[in-house]
Design a protein around this ligand. Structure first.
Ligand code: GDP
Length: 193
């Protein structure tokens, strides 16, 4: 897809702050540092629109990006930081639960994992949470440039099996370094719009 415009429209913590346009929306989740911001930036051809590696302790917000005036990407704060306090974790959980259970525009969740390693316990919990709410899921296995091409299928198989990926869900390979997978992923997203 040709991205002609992309802007952050709002950082929201509660539903009355979500944008009201009835356009398709995709929520992006992933462990901190997995490469979620890099994924967003690469998909929309921007070097630095999505902030990379935001530290814990900062306000945790849902960041809405408007793309081509046609869809939203919603950047969900990363999980899996060891140092996050109980109350911060609870606030994060409540915010994303509210979002995932109430957002009508939401077409699919995009879960970013690291192709190099099996999904972590937190990744598996996140996937199970999304499935609990019966959301279609697209799993993006990123950092593919760090693995030789000949091993991609083997790593994808480990990803699929560790998550216990449902038949209806998609697993896509990606690299924000090389752009590998980008057009295929846009092609897939179009099917959900
Ligand atoms: P976030 O915390 O999930 O938003 O992660 P970032 O997008 O900030 O990425 C974390 C680190 O991984 C940064 O140093 C990125 O440059 C690096 N990174 C992200 N995606 C890729 C990728 O596809 N390939 C490689 N080689 N490095 C990546």
């Amino acid at each position: 897809m040709k991205v002609t415009s992309a802007d952050i429209v709002i950082s929201a913590v509660k539903p009355d702050q979500y944008p009201s346009e009835p356009i398709p929306e995709f929520a992006l989740a992933g462990r901190s540092n997995v490469g979620k911001s890099s994924f967003i930036n690469k998909m929309i051809n921007r070097k630095n629109l999505a902030r990379t590696s935001s530290k814990p302790g900062k306000t945790q917000t849902l960041n809405f990006y408007l793309i081509n005036d046609a869809l939203h990407f919603v950047d969900v704060p990363g999980y899996g930081y060891a140092k996050v306090s109980k109350s911060e974790r609870a606030a994060w959980g409540k915010m994303i639960e509210t979002y995932f259970t109430s957002r009508e525009q939401l077409r699919a969740a995009i879960l970013i994992v690291d192709l190099r390693h099996p999904p972590t316990k937190d990744d598996v919990s996140m996937y199970e949470f999304l499935k609990h709410y019966e959301l279609p899921c697209i799993i993006i296995a990123t950092k593919a440039d760090k693995i030789p091409k000949g091993k991609w299928q083997k790593h994808l198989k480990v990803t699929r099996e560790t998550l216990g990926l449902a038949k209806e869900d998609e697993l896509m390979l990606f690299s924000s370094e090389t752009g590998e997978g980008k057009e295929k992923i846009w092609g897939l997203l179009k099917k959900y719009m």
